[in-house]
Design a protein around this ligand. Sequence first.
Ligand code: PXP
Length: 248
Amino acid sequence: MILSVPPARALRLGVNIDHVATVRNARGGSYPDPVAAAMLAVAAGADGITAHMREDRRHIRDADLVRLRAELAAPLNMEMAATDEMVAIALDLRPHACCIVPERRAEVTTEGGLDVAGQAVALAPQVRALREAGIRVSLFVDPEPAQIAASAAIGAAVVELHTGAYAEGRAGEYERLRRAAAQADEAGLEVHAGHGLTYDNVGPIAALPQVVELNIGHFLIGQAIFDGLAATIARMRQCMDAARTGID
Ligand code: PXP
């Protein structure tokens, strides 16, 4: 008897360009241009571009999103807080996807996942409005069973699993991610992952068979200082593909 092994699902790389805008904003001008970086990233093998417009506009600004939407051929994933302002902007902009993240003004980066289980009543209508506008809605959650179940219950299409604690080396975190990916897939959710991923730690996450997209920002933009953005993205792709196929 020949056992059929299901083919591995393709693994996409979403490049987060927020920190190109961070460098631009440090001098208040228009250089370096995050939209130009997005184009370069796509030419170098990125499958999509992620941009997080924060309430305080500390990196990505409204005009960046408008230009990304108009100029980018690849899918745009708008990261945003679950506020009326951001939902209205997304409904106007119509990006390919929206990833809803928790946001606290004082934080340096997105610390911890969204409490979907605790905020389901407030989130459900926002998810519905975005979904009805044809936008794929992703919820950025910690790998906790209650959060995955709540994400499916309120109608999200995708969960993005927060890999920050794994990247920091917290004991048991990989196992939690492994179980969460399986649970989400079982619940019919598409599974993404991201935060704190680097060449050194991406492999085990890329090897999770249910994960179909990784969103990576800070490391890629930082490493681009040394190797250039195109070479950095190409190397990250190699790390992901090697882990996915088990070939080093
Ligand atoms: N995914 C989400 C939902 C995020 O909020 C972030 C950080 O903006 C990332 C992925 C990328 O994280 P990092 O910049 O650490 O690669």
